[in-house]
Design a protein around this ligand. Structure first.
Ligand code: CU
Length: 461
């Protein structure tokens, strides 16, 4: 039998590092923080018939909505009340590697039953999020498969378009198991899908009034799945992707979000009734991914309109190509993405330029230089690729490997993101400026791909 005292003493010896020291809870000389996040086990009720045990932030999924002011320093105390090391990643922020929340970059893990203080200056403004950055491997209850995700809004100095209600929605998949696809590859499949950890019909409706403008901040926190969302009876005006305003806000019938992506849409409530906001694909909505939107004074069964096809492109939100900028020199970094068979019944491993993390070493960047990442996806999967601590501009998308032809829209401009979904058998190109020195992780945001080698590190010389 281990006493709590032994546990705490032992925990204090693990994971000590200078930049972000883990402190045992006993060491209560800890300075006060602006925010406190407790990581602890919780039993979630996704619906009256779906209860599951997971790990969450402050006992809720999604975790508490954090609202920071741009360029105003914050401190967050994170208490790890679990028996495993943890780390919290602040997704989409330009912060130093010792607090970014990836141990690969040098952020110290928070030992079990220990605490750490994250201190940083949040930027840039926009819709960000925070989540665990641990590994799950074959355990589909851990890491991003669980409940450790929350919304983070960095308020801009000046306010954007006026709205009447601001609503945050997180799409998530639960109860994963391994399933063989047609080609024999093994991937996670899920028994339940939710919005804000509730199954369609098992939470209070979103109540609106005719004439309101609703600003929806939608996050896909799924460990592995791309999702398609529509609001029956309404069009969605896309105003920001990954929290960054788009040059060309467009009205669409549905939005597509890859894992870790965010889309901000403005909705005019101009069609009174009771409607479903949900996954466009019927089989996923049937797993629970939906919620009811109810106008004041209306009742009855919620209605759904099935769109005939799935439609999305990043290009529609881009500015017209700027020839001067297109000619600006950027150092090309080709990254060839391939899978590697690991035996029947096992998930595939992943390589970038033939190497699985950490075998690829560190790719060096020069501060101030402009780089063009050329993703050459030779695999049969689409991948949501994420660069830490920087954002990038989409430049070319959807060049098919087979034809070698240019994408339908050629060069694009002005769409700034931190995740891009690169379709199977295509190349995509994004540019970024090396302006945030320190170790910088790049990886696929699909948990099983990241776990099995699909990561690499950039460093600054
Ligand atoms: Cu992937």
């Amino acid at each position: 039998m281990i006493s709590r005292r032994d546990l705490l003493t032992g925990a204090g010896l693990v994971g000590i590092a200078a930049a972000l020291p883990s402190e045992s809870f006993r060491a209560r000389a800890a300075p006060a923080a602006d925010y406190v996040i407790d990581i602890a086990p919780v039993t979630l009720e996704l619906s009256p018939t779906h209860r599951l045990k997971t790990v969450a932030y402050n006992g809720q999924v999604p975790g508490p909505l954090l609202r920071f002011k741009e360029n105003q320093a914050v401190t967050i105390r994170v208490n790890n009340r679990t028996d495993r090391p943890e780390v919290v990643h602040w997704h989409g922020l330009f912060i130093p590697p010792d607090v970014d929340g990836a141990t690969e970059e040098g952020t110290p893990p928070i030992a079990p039953n220990s605490s750490a203080l994250y201190a940083f200056v949040p930027r840039p403004a926009g819709f960000r999020w925070y989540h665990t950055h641990t590994m799950a491997m074959n355990d589909f209850t851990r890491a991003q498969y669980g409940g450790q995700h929350g919304f983070l809004m960095i308020e801009p100095a000046s306010n954007p378009a006026p709205y009447d209600q601001e609503v945050f929605l997180a799409l998530h998949d639960w109860r994963g198991h391994l399933l063989a696809s047609d080609d024999g590859a093994m991937n996670p499949a899920y028994a339940v899908a939710t919005i804000n950890a509730r199954v369609l019909g098992s939470c209070e409706p979103l109540r609106v009034k005719q004439g309101q403008r609703i600003l929806l901040h939608v996050l896909n926190s799924s460990p592995t799945e791309v999702h398609w969302i529509a609001l029956a009876g309404h069009a969605l005006q896309v105003v920001a992707l990954d929290g960054n305003p788009v040059p060309n806000p467009r009205t669409v019938q549905m939005i597509r979000l890859a894992p870790a992506e965010r889309v901000c849409v403005m909705v005019e409530m101009n069609n009174p009734g009771v409607w479903i906001l949900g996954e466009v694909r019927k089989h996923v909505q049937a797993l629970g991914m939906g919620m009811v939107v109810e106008y004041a004074g209306r009742d009855g069964a919620p209605q759904w309109d099935q769109p005939p096809e799935l439609r999305w492109s990043y290009e529609q939100f881009a500015a017209a190509a700027d020839p001067a900028a297109a000619a600006a020199p950027a150092h090309l970094i080709p990254l060839v993405i391939e899978s590697r068979f690991r035996g029947h019944g096992s998930m595939e491993a992943w390589t970038i330029n033939g190497r699985s993390y950490p075998d690829g070493g560190v790719t060096n960047l020069t501060q101030g230089a402009r780089y063009r990442l050329q993703f050459i996806n030779k695999s049969i999967d689409d991948h949501p690729l994420h660069l830490h601590r920087h954002s990038f501009e989409l430049r070319r998308l959807g060049l098919t490997l087979d034809a070698g032809a240019a994408g339908p829209n050629g060069d694009i401009h002005g769409v700034v993101k931190d995740v891009v979904l690169v379709d199977a058998h295509t190349t995509a190109e994004v540019e970024f400026t090396a302006n945030n020195p320190g170790a910088t992780l790049f990886h696929c945001h699909q948990q099983n791909h990241m776990d099995l080698g699909f990561m690499m590190l950039f460093g600054y010389v």
